[in-house]
Design a protein around this ligand. Structure first.
Ligand SMILES: [Zn+2]
Length: 365
């Protein structure tokens, strides 16, 4: 069984590597991972995917703060093998961390062409979980690639989809879970600060990404404008706290290239109510608000912010009549503020709204 390990400095630079490192690098067709070229570099140079990176960032912080080790299983698959792995994150006490990746076993499986680094790629995007290597199929389910092939037969053969590194709904919750996800929609094209869209999920969605057609899972359907998406996660209490949201936002702004004059808030149901109230109380001002199917209270106290509210006329959870007075005042906020009512829409109008490119263009204009 092969074991490889890394020692990380407080700033997550790699201080040393050990273990069966050289054979790992050559077996994986990645001679650039040889120890001499890895030491001294930031770990983030080698972590591909904004969501897995935000997960590791939060795990490292927790390990350093609590001095408790974190261990979890993950997969590092080849096209015809499942490889079961275990990651250990051990805090040293001086701020350094020891990471150890151990292979627990391999099992053969049918050839999955999409997992072949050399495969020819089509323009189709497909989300794959960076931890468990399942792929995202319709109705927000995550399946092993061979089982997902019935939805995406291109997984097996020629013209494989482009795999986009994400975290699935289960892996978001491993080891106490993450407080937020950062999803990169810049396509690697941005060379300066980019807008940040903060998305708050609704109450009662303990598996928030599974049940919602949430922006982190809409992929390239929305807009070609580059932005980062921040999705705070509130799995326990379903009650957002301003202080938590402020803390998460400030952390992300300090770590990512965010244009702080273009921070937009959107949320659904209870998340819409929260962005409305948060915008009134926050010290920071926001570039726009897109509350969807939320119960909103008076526009008084709302600082200079453009608003696009979205609602379904048949909403039984938050009836339109309950917010129609407020909605009547939104156009008076000016700067193209507006209300969109879907006549046949019920409570879940967000699946439709988040697929509407006009709403994203309005927000990120
Ligand atoms: Zn997963």
């Amino acid at each position: 069984m092969s074991i490889i390990s890394w020692e990380l400095e407080t700033d997550n630079r790699i201080v040393s590597v050990a273990g069966d490192w050289t054979s790992f690098a050559s077996e994986n067709g990645a001679p650039e991972l040889a120890p001499a070229s890895v030491v001294g570099q930031s770990l983030w140079t080698f972590v591909h995917g904004s969501e897995i990176r935000s997960m590791y960032t939060q795990m490292f912080e927790r390990a350093r703060a609590t001095r408790e080790p974190i261990r979890f299983r993950y997969r590092c698959d080849a096209p015809n093998y499942r490889r079961n792995m275990r990651m250990s994150i051990e805090p040293a006490g001086d701020g350094r961390l020891y990471l150890q990746s151990e292979m627990l076993g391999e099992e053969p499986r049918p050839w999955i062409g999409a997992l072949d680094r050399e495969a020819r790629r089509s323009d189709t995007l497909l989300d794959i979980c960076s931890v468990c290597r399942r792929v995202h199929v319709p109705h927000s389910r995550w399946l092993e690639p061979e089982d997902a092939a019935e939805h995406h037969d291109a997984l097996l053969g020629e013209d494989a989809p482009m795999l986009v590194e994400r975290l699935c709904d289960d892996c978001v919750q491993i080891h106490g879970g993450v407080r937020y996800l950062v999803t990169d929609f810049t396509g690697g094209t941005a060379d300066g600060p980019v807008p940040l869209v903060v998305f708050l999920h609704g109450g009662g969605h303990d598996r928030f990404l599974l049940r919602l057609q949430a922006p982190p899972r809409l992929g390239g359907l929305m807009t070609d404008r580059p932005f980062l998406l921040l999705s705070p996660v509130d799995p326990a209490s379903h009650k957002w706290q301003d202080a938590d949201l402020d803390g998460i936002l400030e952390q992300v702004v300090s770590r990512y290239p965010v244009d702080t004059s273009r921070i937009h808030l959107t949320g659904v149901s209870a998340g819409a109510t929260e962005i409305w109230n948060w915008a009134k109380r926050a010290e920071r001002s926001f570039a726009s608000l897109v509350p969807i199917a939320g119960y909103l209270t008076d526009v008084g106290g709302l600082p200079r912010t453009r608003v696009c509210a979205v609602h379904g006329r048949r909403d039984k959870v938050v009836p339109l009549e309950a917010v129609s007075d407020i909605y009547g005042k939104i156009p008076q906020l000016g700067d193209d503020s507006r209300v969109i009512v879907y006549d046949d829409g019920e409570h879940d109008v967000w699946s439709r709204a988040y697929r509407d490119p006009d709403i994203w263009s309005w927000m990120l204009r």
